[in-house]
Design a protein around this ligand. Structure first.
Ligand code: F6P
Length: 361
């Protein structure tokens, strides 16, 4: 049994990070008598001078409803750089990190993060250091788990956003466009679009055409609705074009919402507005589901370490937390199935994905 474990959070913050930390600390101390060390600012905290903090049950008291992470996080740094517009994970600092872990008698790690963070965790495993990962991201784009924590809160926020935009759209007879996060997947757009009664949902998995977007606006007008609500994933692409970036060098997606607003207004002459929901989707208190899922993930991750499991990630499958190899978790991103049930349901209830041949579906 490990005497001392390290816990770190990496990548963008997501609602539920503190729930995982709290559950991991309470389980490790209360159930297994382990000591817990929080590593600050992701993997950066085990480099150089190190930034480590003792985690006690008192220290994690009251953090369950808090957004962000008490440990701090980074989505770029010594372990993860962007070179020529591509995410690169250099091998170099692992030696330094391993030696610092040894110096501080940290025998195993719980790494809470998304694709990039878990890929770094895999490198520690490859070097023989015990690691268990916990899948975090509002994007829900990790394969090997049905859900990541943070996603459910993000879609609650996006749904509320759509509800609120709906009233302005209907009152002013406007086209309202809401751009949501999700990187190169459309999970947030699809789920919130269904829950918030969008008329058009644009996702990276189904390239859109303006002809089809505009057809939907006109179809609604013919049926007596003078307004249209569009939700667009930041990574959505027009047919024949790439995704749009605010800052391509740093791989910061964005701009597609305004692009759609501008062109829909230009083509239809209808007054249109765009709202970019941005980091509102990541900030603030986690909803009940993410508190529950984060708590279960945190406790299960510690139990996995205590059982001697290594190089694994906790994952949700059919409502139960299981363990899967870390390598499976980072092998490929999980995309929306364009022929899947949820897309079918959306189309059946009249939502358009603005594919060039949308009417054939
Ligand atoms: O991966 C989470 C996420 O919020 C994405 O949806 C988004 O593209 C990105 O992070 C934004 O990152 P940053 O906080 O660096 O702007």
């Amino acid at each position: 049994m490990y005497k001392k474990i390290g816990i770190l959070t990496g990548g963008g913050d997501a609602p539920g990070l503190n729930a995982v930390i709290r559950a991991a600390v309470r389980t490790a101390i209360g159930e297994f008598g382990m000591r817990c060390i929080g590593i600050e600012d992701s993997f950066e905290g085990i480099l150089g001078e190190t930034q480590l903090t003792k985690l006690t049950t008192k220290k994690v008291s009251g953090i369950l409803p808090r957004g962000g992470t008490i440990l701090g996080t980074r989505n770029k740094g010594s372990f993860c750089k962007i070179v020529d517009g591509k995410m690169v994970i250099p091998d170099m600092p692992i030696d330094e990190a391993l030696s610092n872990l040894k110096k501080n008698k940290i025998e195993a790690l719980i790494v809470i993060g998304g694709e990039g963070t878990l890929a770094i965790a895999q490198q520690f495993h490859n070097r023989g250091f015990p690691v268990v990962g916990v899948p975090k991201t509002i994007d829900n784009d990790l394969s090997a788990t049905e859900l990541t924590f943070g996603f459910m809160t993000a879609i609650d926020i996006a749904t509320e956003g759509l509800d609120r935009l709906h009233t302005t759209a209907a009152s002013h007879d406007r086209v309202m466009v809401m751009e949501v996060m999700g990187r190169n997947t459309g999970w947030i757009a699809l789920h919130s679009g269904l829950a918030g009664s969008a008329d058009v949902i644009l996702i990276p998995e189904i390239p859109f055409s303006f002809d089809s977007v505009v057809k939907k606006v006109y179809e609604r007008e013919r049926n007596g609705s003078e307004f249209t609500n569009i939700v667009v994933a930041e990574g959505a692409k027009e047919v024949g074009r790439d995704e749009m970036y605010l800052d391509e060098g740093n791989l910061r997606l964005g701009g597609v919402g305004e692009y759609i607003r501008h062109n829909v207004e230009r083509i239809t002459g209808k007054e249109s507005r765009c709202v970019v929901l941005g980091h509102l989707q990541r900030g603030g208190s986690p909803n009940a589901f993410d508190r529950m899922l984060g708590t279960n993930f945190g406790a299960c991750a510690v139990r996995a370490l205590a059982r001697g499991q290594k190089g694994e990630m906790v994952a949700l499958k059919s409502g139960k937390v299981i363990n899967v190899p870390l390598a499976d978790a980072t092998a490929a991103i999980k995309c929306v199935n364009a022929e899947g049930q949820l897309v079918r349901t959306a189309r059946d209830i009249g939502i358009s994905f603005a594919a060039p041949n949308e009417e054939d579906f």
